[in-house]
Design a protein around this ligand. Sequence first.
Ligand SMILES: [Zn+2]
Length: 125
Amino acid sequence: MRSQAPFRVVPDIPYYTEPREFYVLRMSKGINLRELRSYASMLFEKPEGELTVEDYKLAFLHRVPFPLISTSGNEYRITVKKCNGRWTLACNCKGWIYSSIRKCKHTEHVRKMMENSREVRNELS
Ligand SMILES: [Zn+2]
């Protein structure tokens, strides 16, 4: 019997390490990678070919703030803001707003998600 090769979607850009939670959210918003690429290019004022995996992740958070629900039931939104000329993760909780180092447990949670997904990357330059 002849077996057919399974159909595969070949990514056209180096964004293999998208955190699963980002992927699910991105699909729910119907944003494809081409849109995300041009969004990141516009946001960071970089040619599309010079975008890094990190740029994609940050641009996604800028476009679609990531919702986190705390154990006390409060919902926070993690996004990206420019602080002192640098793009950084931002949260709408009091902890972040009053933090001089621009961090809170919610931004750190999302940062870890982004970093863990980076560990599987090995084919990128
Ligand atoms: Zn927070």
